[in-house]
Design a protein around this ligand. Structure first.
Ligand SMILES: Cc1cc2nc3c(=O)[nH]c(=O)nc-3n(C[C@H](O)[C@H](O)[C@H](O)COP(=O)(O)OP(=O)(O)OC[C@H]3O[C@@H](n4cnc5c(N)ncnc54)[C@H](O)[C@@H]3O)c2cc1C
Length: 395
């Protein structure tokens, strides 16, 4: 049988998982990454639900567990740093999951274990896509033309290639009104091995989380957010500094440290919803197709799972179109589950007033009480399903 060829655009969790599984099932695979080199950065992500099985099937569960962030639990703290509530983190789920890992470490683990023969091309992204009856022709920015049986768009939430293939009426990008700034900052004596989370007035959150490198991962998340995507790093930090001027707790330290942080990453949370994830010889995977944002949670787990499910359906169907439809049918419920955010979630998560903050404090205490701990633990469940992963025989 003729070898099938795939181009995967994007070398992060979704793209590398897809490349891994397609290669293992006999495809010729080229990965195109827009950046000039592999992107190592990023903060805490977790591997939950069915994605844990995917890692086991890749024989990478232990490799990921070994790069754990070392976080031991999650607590809410007041302005003095006193713990006001402790979120459930026991077992495989909870706020601090068993498999907590930095995004860059997870992506690097996948990269390091790619099967032989995957071609990686950096700095030459797709400029044009021409989908025809017998394959898809991709032209890159440098003018390189490749024809493949399949193009997998795994370019993250702000994918450009998605817009070359799918119409604007098919891609619904919803702004959730939340801005997040992530950065690595020095550890101090006040830090410990828990995720410490402080809610301040006017919808401002401050998070400090340990990492395995002796530094702290800081997150400032606030709503209503600012339009910062077009701004330079200096401009963004100036906006955030103003926002957090009187936010209390560790805000002054975080603001100062972000100025020299090596890896500030800014996100304006946007959900991506697509009516369909495939057209002709093109399919979307990960945030490019369904960004769930940290508000829904589970983006990395879904991205990891997508690679397996796509390869398994392609291996299990003679007809590629039927395989892509089966991939979509399998993934869709997992995505819907986390995209359908409870009404009022933003207002609850980002209280604006003193009364709102007090109500949030009471709710945290109730939800984390002994009686309701099991309920609270289910709130962090993502990528959970009773369905078996589609079968895939690698032999
Ligand atoms: C550098 C980085 C840091 C991140 N930090 C965090 C974080 O701190 N917290 C958090 O919750 N989430 C973070 N994320 C997002 C998180 O990784 C994703 O939500 C999740 O893992 C889903 O992964 P994905 O592979 O679908 O998309 P992403 O991880 O976003 O990866 C998309 C990949 O495609 C590449 N790309 C983009 N456009 C093109 C193009 N036109 N052609 C080729 N390649 C392209 C990007 O460079 C990137 O490597 C980060 C992502 C990146 C890339």
């Amino acid at each position: 049988m003729k070898k099938r060829t795939a181009v995967v655009s994007g070398a992060s969790i979704a793209g590398l998982s897809t490349a891994w599984w397609l290669r293992r099932t006999g495809w010729d695979v080229t990965v195109l990454e827009r950046a000039e080199a592999f992107r190592d950065g990023g903060q805490n992500v977790d591997v939950r639900g069915v994605a844990r099985d995917v890692l086991r099937r890749m024989d990478l569960f232990d490799a990921v567990a070994a790069r754990n962030t070392t976080e031991t639990g999650t607590v809410l703290v007041d302005a003095r740093g006193e713990v006001t509530a402790e979120l459930p983190s026991d077992g495989v789920g909870g706020a601090t999951a068993e498999l907590e890992i930095l995004r860059g470490d997870l992506a690097r683990t996948l990269l390091d274990h790619l099967p032989d023969g995957v071609d990686l091309v950096y700095g030459d992204p797709i400029a044009a896509v021409d989908d025809e009856a017998d394959g898809v022709t991709i032209t890159t920015a440098s003018g390189r033309r490749t024809t493949a049986d399949l193009l997998v768009v795994a370019e993250g939430v702000r994918s450009r290639t998605r817009g070359l293939v799918f119409g604007a009426d098919e891609v619904d990008v919803r702004d959730l009104g939340v801005t997040m700034v992530f950065g690595t900052i020095p550890r101090t004596e006040r830090d410990d091995d828990r995720w410490r989370w402080h809610n301040s007035l006017r919808g401002r959150q401050i998070h400090l989380r340990p990492d395995p490198y002796g530094t702290i991962r800081a997150i400032l998340a606030y709503s209503p957010g600012d339009d910062v995507l077009g701004l330079s790093r200096e401009q963004t930090l100036a906006v955030v500094r103003e926002r957090y001027a009187d936010a209390g707790w560790e805000a002054p330290r975080v603001l100062d440290a972000l100025e020299t942080s090596p890896d500030v990453y800014v996100d304006q949370l946007q959900q991506v919803r697509m009516r369909t994830w495939h057209r002709g010889h093109v399919v979307a995977a990960g945030d490019a197709g369904w960004c769930v944002t940290p508000m829904g949670g589970g983006g990395a787990s879904l991205a990891l799972t997508a690679g397996y499910v796509l390869a398994a359906q392609l291996a299990g169907h003679q007809d590629q179109e039927a395989a892509l439809a089966a991939y979509e049918t399998w993934m869709r419920p997992l995505v819907d589950d986390v995209q359908d955010l409870p009404r009022g979630l933003t207002a609850f998560a980002y209280p604006q007033t003193r009364a709102g903050l007090a109500a949030r404090g009471v709710a945290d205490k109730v939800m984390t009480s002994r009686l309701l701990r099991p309920v609270a633990a289910t709130l962090t469940q993502v990528a959970e399903t009773d369905r078996e992963l589609p079968a895939l025989d690698l032999a």
